[in-house]
Ligand binder design. Structure first.
Ligand SMILES: Nc1ncnc2c1ncn2[C@@H]1O[C@H](COP(=O)(O)OP(=O)(O)OP(=O)(O)O)[C@@H](O)[C@H]1O
Length: 515
């Protein structure tokens, strides 16, 4: 039976028409994927279904009854729950309180909530003590706490907005198990994600939102990730070529058999030059007591090295030690052959997408956000024009969906905020830097734009350590990927001369075996 029927929904924000005429349905027990480029309107659509945002026009029915929620609480009341994309839970709540907030059990004593929360948390594969304060949790697990909350509610339909974006492959498997369970119970799921290969593993049907319409409504078995990526952007997608392959043949690039261009795909993107032999960073026997047990790292000038591993593997601690946020012991550190100036301690610049609002004031305009000089110091008109041209160039280059550079940063879609924040950060990135999940929550075209940012930076001699949970991101961006297990790099995977699929498989295999 049809659970949700959506007909001719429209939604604009000021002059920006986001949803023009959106119609689709979700059957009981069906898991429906929703994809689209950054800013396509996926969250807006999810928010309308979940009662967070009202539509301008159109209508919805839930199990055949008119459904026009006035608020999220209203939607919850009739069984529609949501895990929002940039969810922020009150940091002063315990995890158990967070799981049961807004439900019939809210306000019950902690001892009572603890046991029930434990069951739900293990269902979403989140290994945390229910007494932990939300404020002490890393932000990437807030989505899983929210998923546990949705399980605690008697929901008929659940909107999962980018919950998997920051999850490890093993955690994504757990999330998919939860979606499967909801489906077997006859509940419906609207699953929003940019991680297309993983999405296709779990959904029954996929909706592609493009230019305000549902451009494709297809059973998932009729799709593969490359075709779906092409449908998402509305044109053939380019297939990245590993750069070592191309470095040997800079012009007239012919991808090796292994990297053959699939049907419907565009030409390969130009490859960047291979890294030089010059050593940018050498670290020997890096240790963080109790977390990192001795890691050797060698980063060449212009190289992008990835690190991945389970939450407790020590991978984050390695990154934090490199950026000087965690005290570490080493036998040797050299930056371009010299010990670091700061008493032998590394303090590499670090970018994290999960920092609150990316370290940017969400009420500030795009123009001000991207301007490096203090706004008031722009007293020379020519300089001001050049500065604003640069802002416009970045907005175009990163394909940000906005009608004006005076739009406030906080009104941009999640992906567009991240792209601009990263572009802003990378414009001053020099030498050796650490990037956490640089393509998190980005669509296939935006991932290429970020790769271009990395290419530009590495072509100018910047070397990058990428820390990530996403095998596709690691495969696309990195020259080598280290799998971290028990505080050591257990294995290096050289991505050169391998097709992305093979790299992805090797990373998933190695990371899963190590988990
Ligand atoms: N409250 C708002 N005020 C003004 N514009 C908004 C508001 N919310 C969303 N928008 C605009 O609506 C468009 C769609 O945003 P939405 O967040 O739905 O996109 P999305 O497909 O979920 O993108 P992403 O993949 O980046 O999360 C964007 O251009 C965004 O700037």
């Amino acid at each position: 039976m049809t659970l949700l029927q959506v007909e001719a929904l429209t939604k604009s924000f000021g002059a920006r028409r986001v949803l023009r005429d959106v119609s689709f349905s979700i059957a009981e027990g069906e898991i429906v994927g929703l994809v689209g480029t950054n800013g396509a309107g996926k969250s807006t659509l999810g928010d309308i279904v979940a009662g967070i945002t009202p539509a301008d026009s159109g209508r919805m029915t839930l199990l055949g009854h008119p459904y026009a929620p006035l608020s999220a609480a209203d939607a919850r009341h009739v069984g529609v729950g949501v895990v929002e994309q940039l969810v922020r839970i009150d940091p002063s709540l315990t995890v158990a309180q967070a799981v049961f907030r807004g439900t019939a059990q809210a306000g019950r004593p902690q001892e009572e909530l603890r046991r029930q929360a434990q069951v739900l948390l293990s269902e979403v594969t989140l290994d945390v003590d229910p007494d932990t304060l939300v404020g002490d949790l890393p932000h990437f697990v807030h989505g899983l706490v929210e998923t546990a909350r949705v399980l605690a509610e008697a929901t008929r339909l659940v909107v999962l907005d980018e919950v998997s974006a920051a999850l490890l492959p093993s955690e994504v498997t757990g999330l998919h198990a939860v979606a499967g369970r909801l489906s077997r119970q006859g509940r419906g799921v609207l699953y929003i994600s940019h991680r297309l290969p993983e999405m296709l593993e779990v959904v029954d049907r996929v909706l592609v939102l493009r230019d305000g319409w549902i451009a494709l409504d297809s059973p998932s078995e009729a799709l593969d990730p490359v075709r779906l990526a092409a449908e998402t952007v509305g044109e053939p997608v380019s297939v990245p070529v590993r750069r070592e392959t191309v470095a040997a043949v800079p012009d007239d690039v012919v991808p090796p058999d292994d990297a053959a261009v699939p049907d419907g795909a565009a030409a390969p993107v130009p490859a960047r030059p291979a890294p030089s032999d010059e050593v940018a960073l050498r670290v020997r026997n890096l240790r963080v007591p109790g977390r990192v047990e001795g890691v050797d790292l060698l980063l060449r000038r212009g190289e992008v090295v990835g690190l991945t591993g389970h939450r407790s593997s020590g991978v984050r601690e390695i990154a934090d030690a490199l950026s000087g946020e965690l005290p570490a012991i080493t036998d040797e550190i050299e930056l371009h052959g010299e010990p670091p100036a700061d008493a032998g301690t590394l303090r590499l610049p670090v970018y994290r997408p999960d920092e609150d609002a990316y370290g940017v004031d969400p009420g500030e305009t795009i123009a001000r956000t991207l301007t490096q000089e203090a706004w008031g110091s722009l007293t020379d008109l020519r300089k001001e024009i050049a500065t604003l041209r640069e802002v416009i160039r970045t907005v175009h280059q990163m394909d940000v969906k906005t009608l004006s550079i005076r739009t406030v940063f906080g009104a941009l879609s999640g992906g567009d905020q991240h792209k601009l924040a990263l572009a802003r950060w990378m414009s001053s990135a020099r030498d050796v830097v650490v990037l956490h999940e640089p393509t998190r929550g980005l669509d296939v075209r935006a991932r290429r734009q970020v790769r271009q940012l990395l290419d530009d930076a590495t072509a100018h001699g910047t070397s990058v350590v990428v820390v990530s949970v996403d095998p596709d991101e690691l495969a696309e961006c990195c020259d080598r990927v280290g799998i971290v297990v028990d505080g050591r790099v257990a294995r290096w995977i050289d991505t050169g001369e391998l097709a992305l699929d093979s790299v992805r498989e090797r990373i998933v295999e190695a990371a899963t075996a190590a988990a």
